[in-house]
Design a binder for this molecule. Structure first.
Ligand code: G3D
Ligand code: MG
Length: 201
């Protein structure tokens, strides 16, 4: 009887868990963005000082409860040597957030190539893509429209997937909420094709 009840209890308290990868070149603002998400969506999260984030070697993770589900974030190191590790996570993820540094004109091409590789991966076919032109608070950076234009040549390989492009400031938090709300609705809508994991916490 106990096992039956505890089994039922587990069944009804289980939460759908979805995972989003945060990708982009090193220095794009991925870790700052993740910290901003945690600060905005996690109750009682005091967080890191956003100005004191150091280069990520390895992986930063975070999870939030939103729209009745749990959304996990994996912020993978962006350095060239670490990019080869990205596809190990592809099969288990439900969404991709790709962060672009709008102030780094010199690395636009490199960033585009990195995105090209991500979206052409079979393991990520059909996965929603949130494209972020970050650092919009910086004076003299490319505007979101300009970044969008530069990245428009990648779109053919974006293929059949939902895609939202947004200008944001991970540091100030501008534009962050809307992207996350969009993402969670998309992953839930695609649950038949890419089912969530389940967990009790
Ligand atoms: P990464 O995880 O993609 O490698 P980080 O990038 O989050 O470590 O950020 C790299 C640098 O960019 C950090 O500055 C960080 O403060 C800055 N940054 C991230 N997002 C923004 C943003 O929206 N606006 C501005 N102005 N800066 C941002 P430092 O100086 O610590 O290297
Ligand atoms: Mg980092």
């Amino acid at each position: 009887m106990y096992t039956l009840l505890s089994g039922l209890y587990r069944y009804y308290t289980q939460k759908e868990k979805y995972s989003a990868l945060i990708l982009g070149l090193d220095n794009a603002g991925k870790t700052t963005y993740l910290e901003q998400i945690k600060t905005r969506f996690k109750k009682d999260y005091t967080g890191l000082n956003l100005n004191k984030i150091t280069t990520t070697v390895g992986l930063n993770i975070g999870d939030i409860q939103i729209a009745g589900v749990e959304l996990n974030f994996w912020d993978l190191g962006g350095q060239q040597e670490l990019q080869s590790l990205w596809d190990k996570y592809y099969a288990e993820s439900h969404a991709v957030i790709f962060v672009i540094d709008s102030s780094d004109r010199e690395r636009m091409e490199e960033s585009k190539q990195a995105l090209e590789k991500v979206v052409s991966s079979d393991a990520l076919a059909g996965v929603p893509l949130l494209l972020l032109a970050n650092k919009q608070d910086l004076e003299g950076c490319l505007t979101a429209e300009e970044v969008k234009e530069i990245f428009s040549t990648v779109s053919p390989s974006v293929g059949q997937r939902d895609c939202l492009f947004r200008g944001v400031s991970a540091l100030k938090g501008t534009g962050v909420d809307q992207g996350i709300h969009w993402l969670v609705e998309r992953v839930k809508r695609l649950a038949d094709r890419r089912p969530p994991a389940f967990g009790n916490d």
